[in-house]
Design a protein around this ligand. Sequence first.
Ligand code: ADP
Length: 172
Amino acid sequence: MTHIYAVKGNIVDMDTEAIVNAANTSLLGGSGVDGAIHRAAGPELLAECRTLNGCPTGQAKITKGYRLNAKYVIHTPGPIWRGGKKNEPELLAGCYRNSLKLAVENGVKSIAFPAISTGVYGYPLREATEIAVKTVVDFANVDKSVERIVFVCFDTATLRLYEDVLSHYIEG
Ligand code: ADP
């Protein structure tokens, strides 16, 4: 069974085999999670990202982790919130689903996700959290090859929300 849980912390400190980057479509770095990951991984990460020719919103691409603890970084551009009628929910679900697919294809057994789109991209936190948890739980019910999936929350309020939403899906 896949262990799915939330922790408070910084995505760059995670001990998982892969960490997910809340990237932008250029894959050339940005603020928030993206900036923290590039700073911690070192310039080799940007060099590899330059070879990828960007990534569409809701899709995902994988690189090495360089100076990170994580062996891989999975880069996924979340949707920018534009009121909710521009396919944002499906695009956000795609970020989680496509990141997990890439993880499986690369034999990754543990992965950490940030709260994609809830920073500068402005996605309402509760809606985004419900999509994140539902999409990950649904995936893990079908494909059990990832053993550990961690939601990394930057603050206590986000952690409480994830724990609340997770409690509706997962016993104990
Ligand atoms: P986006 O552009 O997809 O909105 P951001 O990086 O701006 O992405 O923010 C996504 C979420 O990650 C926000 O909730 C933000 O508080 C949180 N966050 C920012 N930096 C980190 C970090 N180093 N580790 C984990 N979470 C972070």
